[in-house]
Design a protein around this ligand. Structure first.
Ligand code: SF4
Ligand code: SF4
Length: 365
């Protein structure tokens, strides 16, 4: 780490004093004020890219905090809008994300029909095209406002995941997932017929006929919800393509970031309600570490590294993991939860020269 390393600012969730000014929303205000939003966003259409969650999940970023980010952009003379996948936008209201509350419109990244995209060609295994959401491509600048949490498919869900999977259409998401080349195995002797795999499948890919499982590959999103939910490990997925998947994510991230001029993308990662699973699953389980705070940077690699450094194994809350999960193996806490190394996606982005891993952490007072 040197003086020239990218800066990551950190607003802690733990107040130093018991007054409103020392708590997170106001620390966030002061933190954003230090990042010269007028220069970055003045006069620009600013996409605030979020994962707005789904179904009965309640651990996405609190609307009050989103509103502070929107306000900071507006006060800097920018024109903010909040954006996510069409499904995310449709269901956002139940979590309190409305244009009235946020003071910004909510816009689907690729239009309501998920078809308004800009095509970019890549050449990597089966991945040949990235379809970037038109709302993202048309923006002048972007704030990647991410909820940092575990992820069954990539170890960590933060800024890289928010861009690679969230700034593209569902077809591209499927193509990137397909790089996993997942092969399912089902052990009939271990199966109790509880149907938890089927009921937790977002793609309705799993069905049972005469007690025998059938997985319709075309509908599968390779999210691993079925393997995670299975209480007896009766269903497993060969994951040799994990690295390919992570590389695909780095390509999508690179192509999205190429739509913007240097210095036009800013990252805010909220490390509250650090759950073991992604918000895409549509429900919330307990946080596995105490609330950490909010970090911000203009370097995607630095902000991801800082997030992982702040989610510490020693802060793990015993009893927080839902059954049948338990910490296994070694490595980062999130790896011990999901079995996926969360650093691989970051290494792939370093390989694409998207940012630097050594950073300076500046704590807000
Ligand atoms: S990996 Fe996900 S989408 Fe595929 S069968 Fe399992 S739960 Fe369904
Ligand atoms: S969750 Fe596991 S045990 Fe239950 S039906 Fe599916 S494969 Fe069988």
């Amino acid at each position: 780490m040197s003086k020239n390393s990218p800066k990551v600012t950190f607003a802690s969730a733990q107040p130093k004093e018991l007054r409103a000014e020392a708590t997170l929303p106001m620390l966030l205000d002061r933190m954003l004020a230090g990042w010269k939003f007028k220069k970055r966003f003045g006069g620009k259409r600013v996409a605030i890219k979020m994962h707005l969650g789904g179904n009965v999940g309640y651990s996405t970023i609190h609307p009050l905090l989103v509103g502070r980010v929107v306000r900071a952009v507006s006060e800097a003379g920018g024109i903010p809008f909040v954006t996510d996948t069409p499904g995310g936008v449709v269901n956002a209201r139940v979590r309190g994300y409305t244009s009235e509350v946020l003071a910004a419109p909510l816009v689907p990244v690729a239009g309501q029909a998920d078809k308004y995209v800009y095509l970019r060609r890549v050449r990597y295994r089966t991945l040949r095209e990235i379809h970037i959401g038109g709302a993202i491509a048309d923006a002048d600048a972007m704030i990647v406002l991410s909820h940092g949490k575990g992820h069954g498919h990539s170890g960590f869900g933060g800024a890289i995941k928010n861009i690679a999977m969230g700034c593209v259409d569902s077809w591209t998401r499927g193509q990137i997932h397909r790089l996993m080349m997942a092969k399912f195995k089902w052990n009939k002797a271990k199966c109790t017929g509880c149907l938890l795999c089927r009921d937790n499948c977002p793609g309705e890919a799993i069905s049972f006929t005469d007690g025998k499982i059938s997985i319709f590959d075309h509908n599968c999103r390779y999210c691993m919800h079925c393997t995670t939910a299975c209480p007896t490990n009766a269903i497993t997925i060969d994951q040799r393509g994990y690295r390919y998947f992570q590389h695909g994510m780095s390509l999508a991230t690179r192509e999205v970031l190429r739509m913007f001029k240097p210095g036009s993308v800013f990252y805010i990662t909220v490390l509250l309600d650090v759950t073991p699973f992604c918000d895409c699953w549509g429900f919330t389980t307990p946080s596995i570490v105490p609330d950490i705070g909010i970090i911000a940077s203009d370097d995607i690699v630095a902000v991801e590294m800082a997030a992982l450094d702040l989610i510490k194994r020693e802060n793990f809350i015993e009893g927080s993991l839902p059954k049948p999960l338990r910490l296994t193996g070694s490595g980062h806490l999130l790896q011990q939860v999901s079995g996926k190394d969360p650093y691989i996606q970051i290494k792939e982005c370093i390989g694409q020269k998207l940012g630097r891993e050594n950073y300076r952490l500046a704590k807000m007072r």
